[in-house]
Design a protein around this ligand. Sequence first.
Ligand code: ADP
Length: 159
Amino acid sequence: MSNNIGIYPGTFDPVTNGHIDIIKRAIVMFDKLYIVISNNTSKRTLFTLEERVAMLEHEFGNDSRVEIAVCSELTVNYAKKIGAKFLIRGLRAVTDFEYELQMAHTNRKIESEIDTVFLMTSSEYSYLSSSLIKEILKYNGDISQFVPKHVAIKMLEKI
Ligand code: ADP
């Protein structure tokens, strides 16, 4: 029987407690969960690809159910290549919904065998986003409750 593989794509700039919550909940649904960092050149990021990989490795590198990868092509094409049938996305608020719906439809049009599975954010993380945390950092606010300690240290080094 083939393995049940899932893929959780994102920018992860940087990984937040909200992402980690989604990953932990998604892990139990699959034999293998790929966390895939999109190498999206049109998005300006605070952290390099290598730094983002390292932060995710720090968090999940010891878990044999998790693979961390970088993807420079369409996510659905990458998913097909690794044999993933399900794409995981997190939903925070209605503001996420429209964009995610559009993307899920487009992805299914391109690759009808791959479906998107949405996990609702846990209430304690519903307001969290990488961009908001970067904004707080910019004004020297306390980011320690939003990201793991090693990520907070890396963020402070960027100022
Ligand atoms: P992208 O640029 O692809 O949106 P992100 O790294 O911002 O990449 O997010 C990756 C995924 O994680 C998206 O589906 C996003 O909605 C979800 N996500 C981000 N923050 C949270 C959170 N606090 N709770 C639940 N899901 C989240």
